[in-house]
Design a protein around this ligand. Structure first.
Ligand code: PBG
Ligand code: ZN
Length: 312
């Protein structure tokens, strides 16, 4: 009876697995703050994705590392035709074709020497001069064959700039998931280790959202929708389930939630000490995100949740 009347169901087709791509052909590196997740070179990534596809993971979100000595003030390598991400996109699409939905993160912070998501002048992040750089990065990913680009920088107007850039380059069929509602959150800590993208000075509060605001979240989302976003993301997920629910009520677009690195690592650390039952906690977490209204969830737990049967 309990099963028959359940109001929320989680399904593997709604899960997106993130990957950290190294600018090299093979090899992998453990990420100390994210047990079970690795940075991978191309051949290792192809093997991981092949196994994940068998588990039913149809979607991946790719993050790139710039590599040693490759960062500069404007993050030039972000739009290179031979970045870790473009190489990964090309290889994944060649190998798996339409079986795999390939999404790429679009942001400058892993490529700038100061670690901010836009370009700087006198220590301040400049909004408008960052827009063409983000558009060029998205075009490079689309040229390589990306199905979806996902800008995470939080500059105003970047959805319109990227959509315009993609269309002008002939990529009218490439979709855009906007990190529309991205809070200035402490839950991103482990990710910044993983992607080597921590800001060298200051914080991201001039461009990411204040956790105290939720009306502003709906305003940000509405602007991105007007500018041409195909899906809207809320990030992080767990401290912001109310925002996911409010956004689900206010838009007809698919809503995506990002169950971020810190949310993953906190569960891992507690489970490792025997303080939490990981299987039940992950099931409850993914169920709560779906119940709040997310149609898709990006989660580092995707692979383990399916392999271990933590969700159906
Ligand atoms: C880069 C980016 C971040 C995340 C996704 N894209 C970090 C940040 O904004 O500092 C966080 C993802 C996670 O914590 O899992 N703009
Ligand atoms: Zn960034």
């Amino acid at each position: 009876m309990r099963e028959v009347v359940a109001e929320t169901r989680t399904h593997r087709s709604s899960l997106i697995q993130p990957h950290f791509c190294l600018p090299k052909d093979a090899g992998s590196e453990a990420i100390a703050s994210m047990p079970g997740i690795e940075r991978q070179g191309l051949q290792d990534l192809l093997k991981t994705v092949a196994t994940d596809l068998k588990l039913g993971i149809q979607s991946v979100l790719l993050f790139g590392l710039a590599g040693d000595g490759a960062k500069d003030a404007t993050g030039s390598r972000s739009a290179a035709p031979d970045s870790a991400v473009t190489e990964a996109v090309r290889a994944l699409k060649a190998e798996f074709g339409d079986e795999l939905l390939v999404m790429t993160d679009v942001c400058l912070c892993a490529y700038t020497d100061h670690g901010h998501c836009g370009v700087l002048q006198d220590g301040e992040v400049l909004n408008d001069p960052s827009l063409p750089l983000l558009a060029n990065m998205a075009i490079a990913h689309a040229d390589a064959g990306a199905d979806v680009v996902a800008p995470s920088d939080m500059m105003d107007g970047r959805v319109a700039a990227i959509r315009g850039g993609l269309d002008a380059a002939g990529h009218t069929g490439v979709s855009l998931i906007s990190y529309a509602v991205k809070y200035a959150s402490a839950w991103y800590g482990p990710f910044r280790d993983a992607a080597a993208s921590a800001p060298g000075h200051g914080d991201r509060k001039s461009y990411q959202m204040d956790p105290r605001n939720s009306r502003e979240a709906l305003r940000e989302a509405a602007l991105d929708e007007e500018e041409g976003a195909d899906m809207l993301m809320v990030k992080p997920a767990l401290s912001y389930l109310d925002v996911i629910a409010a956004l689900r009520d206010s838009t007809l677009l698919p809503v995506v939630a990002y169950n971020v690195s810190g949310e993953y690592s906190a569960v891992k650390a507690a489970a490792d000490r025997g303080w939490l039952d990981e299987a039940s906690v992950v099931n409850e977490t993914l169920t709560s995100i779906a119940r709040a209204g997310a149609n898709l969830t990006i989660t580092y737990h995707a692979r383990e949740a399916l392999r271990e049967g933590w969700i159906s």
